[in-house]
Design a protein around this ligand. Structure first.
Ligand code: ZN
Length: 85
């Protein structure tokens, strides 16, 4: 994975591995159903950041399959909430 900033034309650098992401399909960013660990990339030109979930990764937890989803969600406190439509 080599994210490139479309505005600056620079390859973004990894700022942090293990960036927590909460996935929801609710427009109000409620009702999460998946937890992921992403890599956070940043552009050195404009500081724009993107979170990348690598191919082949699986969710840390899924509300529909994991009994401990609520506990894991709590441990993701302060995570970015991403809406998926
Ligand atoms: Zn940029």
């Amino acid at each position: 994975m080599r994210p490139i900033c479309n505005d600056c034309g620079l390859q973004m650098k990894c700022k942090r591995n293990g960036h927590p992401i909460v996935i929801t399909d609710d427009p109000e960013k409620a009702d999460p159903y998946q937890l992921w660990m992403a890599d956070l990339y940043q552009c050195a030109g404009c500081d724009h950041e993107v979170a990348v979930i690598g191919q082949g990764q699986i969710a840390v937890s899924n509300r529909y399959y994991d009994d401990d989803f609520a506990e894991k969600l709590e441990s993701f406190g302060g995570a970015d909430v991403v809406r998926v439509f």
